[in-house]
Design a protein around this ligand. Structure first.
Ligand code: ATP
Ligand code: MG
Length: 453
């Protein structure tokens, strides 16, 4: 088998060979190239020690010397070059207690998680496949290298990684691997939130976010996202719905593009429904207040998973507004004055145009994951809102303090005292202008502010 490697990878491997060391491309890049997928990065494994690697290359970064990893900057690329190693015991299912370097490629491949991730390649020797990785790629199977129970006991994160690769590649889990996953899922409890987040995120932004259901069935969400299990247990007896909350969530995930903000929003948009469910005398379920309650819960979950503040902000805002019907729009056809625009300007003020567009995508996906009842009407309404936004933006309508025809300085010149009063007046002026953009002139607003004093 011949694999085409980028010139910079060839250069790194050739330089190591020239000094008498072994070197191979290894892991994900080999797997992905064989599958005709674009590899994320090219990792190199070598018999050279980190010190020797640093001596051979001019430009290196000490990425993780204690784990044997040096990043080599070659051309415009950066490649992680890692010394052959055996991971020592994992005392807590988390970190190898110690890393032992070895001179054997076979030992290095044996420590890797799955057969499809345990292949190495270079141009001289071709493919090194000691654990039938190629066969598993052809059979589309995720299978542990060696005994699954032992491998998951060394590092429980591999349990979630198995599901993540299965979602990314559309592969099945080998039966013995699946048995061990189910048995050891509770041990994921020992794994840090950061490592869980990385794998869960990769699964969610994969082509098959619906594999979340397999994550649930294996007993993994019960440990890493127990709130999701509640969704799977919450029925929705309501004409708008044909699924329980969990099934609806999974369907909604499939209707948004593979963007982390959108996928996490869909995953968590109804997270408060179990807590907000009431059933009326007719047996119909209602979920009043689930959007603001969901915003709160989502924030707590994302913080627990150590997400960055910007992601939390965006997902929380989308969840808060996901169910907003922009009610005046239902009467769109009757209103010459388009009175719904004030509502939209107000939401634009809260979200900004980019997040507003994401909100439209969220609302469409949410609709597509419900029953057919009123679906066309709702989609049409979302289309109208989009049109409205376009008009607001094209017109340059004001919806932020920055766009206001008067500034804080202008107000001070009018005699508004320094301090909180300035902000109050500016916000009041903005409210006026969001109702009617024609009022965004210095003349009008000056008069208006005077009435407030
Ligand atoms: P991706 O395309 O997502 O980067 P990858 O296969 O490159 O997939 P990485 O997490 O980057 O995955 O890891 C690189 C390689 O290191 C894997 O292919 C695997 O051989 C090995 N590896 C990574 N994490 C583990 C682990 N927890 N246990 C065993 N081997 C691992
Ligand atoms: Mg990788």
């Amino acid at each position: 088998m011949k694999i085409k490697m980028p010139p910079s990878v060839n250069m790194v491997i050739d330089s190591l060979h020239a000094k008498g060391f072994e070197a191979y491309a290894v892991g994900g890049c080999v797997r992905d190239t064989i599958l005709a997928r674009e590899p994320d990065d090219w990792d190199i494994t070598t018999s050279a020690s980190p010190q020797q690697v640093k001596e051979i290359f001019d430009r290196t970064v000490d990425t993780g010397l204690e784990h044997g990893t040096v990043t080599v900057l070659a051309g415009s690329g950066a490649h992680e070059v890692t010394t052959y190693r055996i991971d020592g015991e994992y005392e807590d299912g988390r970190h190898p207690k110690e890393v032992v370097f070895t001179s054997s490629l076979a030992e290095d491949l044996r420590r890797r998680d799955f057969t499809i991730n345990a292949m190495a390649y270079n141009n001289e020797e071709g493919l090194v496949d000691l654990f039938d990785g190629i066969r598993d790629l052809q059979r589309k199977v995720i299978r542990c290298v060696g005994n699954p129970t032992e491998r998951f006991s060394e590092d429980a994160l591999r349990i979630l990684r198995a599901l993540r690769f299965s979602a990314q590649l559309g592969f099945k889990l080998d039966p013995a691997t699946l048995d061990a996953i189910i048995a050891l899922a509770p041990t994921l409890e020992k794994i840090s939130a950061e490592r869980i987040r990385v794998e869960l995120n990769k699964l969610l932004i994969s082509k098959r976010p619906e594999y979340m259901e397999a994550v649930y069935e294996a007993g993994i969400t019960k440990i890493v996202l127990p709130e999701f299990d509640e969704l799977m247990k919450t029925p929705q007896n309501n004409p708008h719905h044909c699924y329980n909350v969990g099934e609806h969530t999974i369907a909604a995930l499939q209707h948004v593009p593979a963007d982390p903000i959108l996928r996490w929003t869909m995953l968590l948009h109804d997270i408060a429904k179990p807590a907000c469910r009431t059933t009326d005398e007719a047996g119909i379920d209602h979920f009043k207040g689930h959007a603001p309650a969901g915003e709160k819960m989502a924030k707590a979950i994302l913080r627990r998973l150590k997400f960055d503040n910007e992601t939390i902000r965006q997902v929380a805002a989308l969840i808060r507004w996901h169910d907003c019907r922009m009610p005046a729009l239902i009467r769109w056809h009757d209103c010459r004055m388009a009175p719904e625009k004030p509502v939209i300007r107000r939401i634009l003020n809260k979200l900004g145009p980019e997040l507003f567009e994401k909100l439209m995508i969220v609302q469409e996906a949410d609709t597509m994951a419900k029953s057919l009842y009123q679906r066309e009407k709702t989609l049409e309404r979302i289309g109208k809102v989009r049109e409205c936004v376009r008009e607001i933006l094209d017109n340059g309508d004001c919806f932020t303090l920055k766009m206001l025809a008067v500034s804080g300085k202008d107000l001070m010149e009018l005699g508004v005292p320094k301090g909180p009063k300035i902000g109050e007046c500016l916000n009041a002026a903005l409210e006026e202008v969001m109702k009617d953009p024609a009022k965004n002139t210095k003349e009008y607003l000056t008069e208006y502010v005077k009435t407030l004093l």
